[in-house]
Structures are given as C-alpha cells and as structure tokens.
Write a protein that binds this ligand. Structure first.
Ligand SMILES: *[C@@H]1O[C@H](CO)[C@@H](O)[C@H](O)[C@H]1NC(C)=O
Ligand SMILES: *[C@@H]1O[C@H](CO)[C@@H](O)[C@H](O)[C@H]1NC(C)=O
Ligand SMILES: *[C@@H]1O[C@H](CO)[C@@H](O)[C@H](O)[C@H]1NC(C)=O
Ligand SMILES: *[C@@H]1O[C@H](CO)[C@@H](O)[C@H](O)[C@H]1NC(C)=O
Ligand SMILES: *[C@@H]1O[C@H](CO)[C@@H](O)[C@H](O)[C@H]1NC(C)=O
Ligand SMILES: *[C@@H]1O[C@H](CO)[C@@H](O)[C@H](O)[C@H]1NC(C)=O
Ligand SMILES: *[C@@H]1O[C@H](CO)[C@@H](O)[C@H](O)[C@H]1NC(C)=O
Length: 468
C-alpha cells in the first residue's frame, strides 16, 4: 500500500517534470582559442576550432534531442527558418560560429534526383550550409584591444575612459609597476617594453596566456610561476571589468544593453511566430559577457562573474512552459525563462549551470518579469542607441531634437573639447592605436576631429594597428 502511494507520487513527479517543454533558446557564445590580440589579425587556432565544435555537439545533444529538446526543432537536417546565427564582422568570431554549427548540425547526406533522372549527392558527405549573418555591432572585436573600440558609442567610450581616472585604477597602476617590469622579458617585444603596465593589463595577460598554450619556450620563463600567471589574470580581469561595467554609470555597459535588446527581440519572435523560430545563436566578445553580467546583477550570484570568461564560454536563455501544448502555443503568462552559463567549452561531462538573475534566488522567472527587468536597460532600436550614446551624426542625425536648444548648440559646436573627452585621448594612446600623425592630431583637435579624419581615409576607427 505504502509503496503504491510512493510509486504514484513518483510517477506524478515524473509527469510534472515531463510536462516542461522548451520552446526556444538564445545562446551567446565566446570564440575558441585564438592567437594574441597584439599580433592582429587574430586567427582561430586548431584548438579553438575543436573547442567551439565540441560546444556545438553539446548543444546538439541538449536542444536537438533528449528531454530539453526544443519543441519541434529539426534534429538532423537543418531547417534554416528555425535558426538565427549571428556574429560581428570578425574572423575569429565568424569562424567560431561556423565551427559551432558543424557540431550542431553535422553532415547529413541527401541525394537529389534531377528532372533528367540523374542523381546528385551533396559534397563533403552532406556538410550542411548554414549562413552566419553579420551583426552591425562589435566589428573587429578580436583585433581590438578593448571593448569600446568595437563600439562607436560616444558616451560609452567616454565612460570607459573615466575608469582610467578612477582611484581604483590609479592604485592598481602604481602598485603593480614592479610586477609588470618583471614580466617585460617574457613579453618578447610583442609590445614595446614601456607598454607592459597595468594600463595594458589585458593585452599583456593575453600575450602570456596565448604563449603559455602555444609557445614551447618563453623567454625568462622562470618568472612565470603559477602565482604570477594568476596575478596577471586577476589584474586583467579587474582592468576589463573596470572598462565594461560601472554600477553608477550604466552606459559603459552599452554592449550588454544591446545584447539585452537582441535577446528580447529574439524571444518575442519565438512568441509571435508561435514557436516557428526556435534557436538564436550569437557569437561575441568576452567584454559583452561582462557588461551583461553587470547589468543583470550576476556578481550577486557569484563574484566569478566579474572575471573574463574562458574561451568557448556560453550563456543561454531558455524559454519554456509547463503548460500542455495540445491547447496551442501558451500565452505570455505561461512562459518562463531560465539562465544558464558555462565557463569554457560545454560538453556532456561539463554542462552549463543555472544561475538566478537580477539578484534573486529563483532558477527561473516568468517571461513577463524577465522582459520587464531587461527592458530597464535594453537598447532595442537605433533611436534608443543614439539617445543613450549621445551620437548625433550619420544614422543618428534623424533623432536629434531640434527643439532642444542646449543640445542643438552643442551639436553645432563640433570643435568643443569636453573635459571628459580628454580621457578618450588617454585610452587611445594607451593602446598605441593609430598612425603617428593622427595621434598628434588628437591632442590638438580632440576625438571628433580624429574620427572624421579616420573616416575620410576609410580607416575604421575601431581597429587597432599593432605597433611594428
Ligand atoms: C593569422 O593569419 C594570417 C593569414 O591568414 C596571418 O597573416 C597572420 O600572421 C596570422 N596571425 C597570427 C598571430 O598568427
Ligand atoms: C557615433 O559618433 C562617433 C563620434 O562622432 C562616430 O565616430 C561614430 O561613427 C558614430 N556612430 C554612429 C553609428 O553613428
Ligand atoms: C564609476 O562611475 C562613477 C560615477 O561616474 C565614478 O565616480 C567612478 O570613478 C567610476 N568607477 C570606476 C572604477 O570607473
Ligand atoms: C610566441 O610565438 C610567436 C610565434 O612564434 C612569437 O611571435 C611570439 O613572440 C612568442 N611569444 C612569446 C611571449 O614568446
Ligand atoms: C601550476 O598549475 C598547473 C595547472 O593548473 C598545475 O598542473 C601545476 O601542478 C601547478 N604547479 C605548481 C608548482 O603548483
Ligand atoms: C571563468 O573562469 C575564470 C578562470 O579561468 C575565472 O577567472 C572567471 O571568474 C570565471 N567566470 C565565471 C563567470 O565563472
Ligand atoms: C552526449 O550525451 C547524449 C545523450 O545524453 C548522446 O546522445 C550524445 O552522443 C553525447 N554527445 C557526445 C559528443 O558524446
């Protein structure tokens, strides 16, 4: 009797679990192992290819079959309308996306019979062709030394640059001078000796990190003990966090705000198409993870979220329901969202973990709450971007308010150098960006003049040229 009760309770539990249906998901993914940023152009390595491919295989087993299968998604032969794959114009990120897709949808042999009766088999064992669409933000991310070089958001650049004037920054910079001097010989002149400072903490860490993986001998290797390597990493994390997020100055996290807008827009597409759209995948830079983590309060769940995520890391937003689908696609009130993250390559033996968002404690939240919370900062259209970024030219000219005298005056006075823009100059010098002549020009004319000059020459303002 007792066991019968227990059994039925168990089967009820099983039924309740089985009742959950995943309706769609959005994955944001970092690229795999690559060559160092300081030696741009960066390339995805064989190791990196293998990492993102493995992650693709993992998500194949998670979302194309099994208990968490996305409702109605094609398992073997891709149906393009079910997928949206995006990456910025960037070799490392686009190639990572393609490698991931090879794992997600492996070759599927189809034989086609033509009108003539001739049969045709697809090349490469039926390798499936899946377009990777480009996303306008973040071009050249992996060749850029820092996040805001791949953004053209004026206010975000100014905000990130103010990190270099913060007390936190000055302290770390002065306390680590000796430490960085001791690293100089190991840098092997990939960047000049005087650039080996906290100001370039990520670039320095990146050079050593890549060399530790790929170079069998590094000059002065004895210095690179585990504790030194750990310190290099910790300092790089503090540096990048400082540039990517500041709780009292949200615009610094513009990359995360745009991602939030993209997530909401994709989820809305799943809902409005009643689930015909199923899986969104975007490849992007670690700095976007950081900005987003800050905005959704993930450091409250774990301070690990203030660190740079490892290669091939992924975060996922699952849209699911407990409702019975036989009555049709569930209403908005019956939809829930779950957030998962995996640091580094996800695989069957190391799966993503659920974390609560917005400082809460629940492992899932209603779609309505999720959307409301994200919309607090999400940038969903060009007008919002222009307004928040303070851009007023190009695509943004249409949104400049003509009734606002103060801003109209500002806009007419292009040569004005605001105090905040001084910081921009600092960062550009930091990263030894551009052509010497332009650097001089920047000091004289301010950031805007340089941008115009660069644009006129057709030099993207976002790219970093390594100093020869
Ligand atoms: C990346 O590949 C290009 C050729 O495609 C090469 O010129 C460049 O040196 C490579 N970068 C590194 C850091 O190996
Ligand atoms: C925003 O403004 C900056 C500085 O004027 C400019 O370099 C950038 O191209 C603008 N971006 C867009 C999308 O208008
Ligand atoms: C964060 O922003 C505040 C307000 O703009 C500023 O006072 C502070 O220095 C910033 N902190 C860092 C680390 O950038
Ligand atoms: C690692 O190897 C590359 C390619 O041989 C070289 O350019 C680079 O200087 C090396 N890096 C270090 C830190 O030794
Ligand atoms: C340094 O770290 C590596 C990898 O984490 C580990 O295998 C090695 O034992 C460590 N060495 C020392 C001396 O702690
Ligand atoms: C990911 O791992 C790195 C160590 O490689 C760590 O510093 C970072 O905090 C981790 N991030 C998260 C979100 O777990
Ligand atoms: C992962 O596990 C699933 C079943 O749980 C299995 O179908 C799949 O082949 C495994 N994937 C790999 C790459 O081992």
């Amino acid at each position: 009797m007792k066991s019968a009760v227990a059994l039925s309770a168990l089967s009820m539990l099983a039924a309740a679990e089985a009742a959950e249906t995943v309706l769609g998901a959005y994955i944001f993914h970092r690229h795999g192992d690559r060559t160092p940023k300081a030696l741009a152009p960066t390339n995805l390595t064989a190791l990196g290819y293998e990492q993102v491919y493995t992650s693709g295989q993992y998500y194949r087993s998670r979302y194309l079959s099994g208990d968490s299968k996305i409702h109605g998604i094609n398992e073997d032969e891709v149906k393009l309308s079910q997928l949206q794959v995006q990456a910025p114009v960037d070799n490392v990120l686009q190639n990572s996306a393609m490698a991931f897709l090879q794992g997600l949808y492996p070759p599927y042999q189809t034989v086609q019979t033509l009108a003539s009766g001739q049969s045709v088999t697809a090349p490469m064992d039926g390798y499936q062709l899946i377009p990777v669409n480009t996303i306008s933000t973040g071009s050249g991310s992996e060749d850029s030394g820092w996040l805001q070089d791949a953004s053209s958001c004026v206010n975000a650049e100014v905000s990130s640059n103010s990190f270099f004037n913060s007390e936190e920054y000055s302290k770390l910079a002065s306390n680590t001078e000796d430490f960085y001097s001791s690293i100089v010989p190991s840098i092997n002149r990939v960047i000049s000796d005087d650039e080996v400072t906290f100001k370039n903490a990520y670039i320095v860490y990146d050079i050593i990190h890549v060399a530790e993986i790929h170079n069998s001998s590094i000059p002065n290797e004895d210095v690179l003990t585990n504790s030194t390597l750990h310190q290099l990493q910790t300092l790089a994390h503090a540096h990048e966090w400082g540039l990517a997020y500041n709780a009292s100055d949200n615009i610094r996290a513009v990359a995360g705000m745009q991602l939030a807008g993209e997530i909401i827009s994709y989820m809305n597409a799943i809902i409005s198409t009643e689930g015909s759209t199923k899986l969104g995948i975007q490849f992007g830079a670690y700095a976007t993870f950081m900005s987003f983590f800050g905005l959704v309060d993930l450091p409250k769940a774990s301070t690990d979220f203030t660190g740079v995520v490892d290669y091939a890391s992924s975060m996922v937003f699952e849209l699911f329901t407990d409702s019975d689908l036989s009555a049709g696609f569930p209403g908005a009130d019956d939809l829930q969202v779950r957030f998962l993250f995996h640091n580094g390559t996800a695989s069957n033996s190391s799966e993503p973990t659920v974390f609560p968002l917005f400082g809460g404690s629940n492992n899932a939240m209603s779609w309505n709450d999720f959307q409301t919370n994200l919309n607090e900062f999400a940038i969903s259209n060009t007008e919002q971007w222009c307004t928040k970024c303070g851009n007023s030219t190009g695509a943004c000219a249409a949104y400049v308010s003509t009734t606002n005298d103060a801003s109209a005056q500002q806009n007419s006075n292009d040569d004005r150098v605001s105090p905040a823009i001084g910081g921009v100059i600092g960062a550009f010098v930091t990263l030894v960006v551009v052509l010497g002549s332009l650097v001089a020009f920047m000091f004289v004319g301010g950031f805007r003049l340089v941008s115009k000059e660069a644009l006129a020459r057709g030099v993207p303002t976002t790219s970093i040229e390594p100093k020869a």
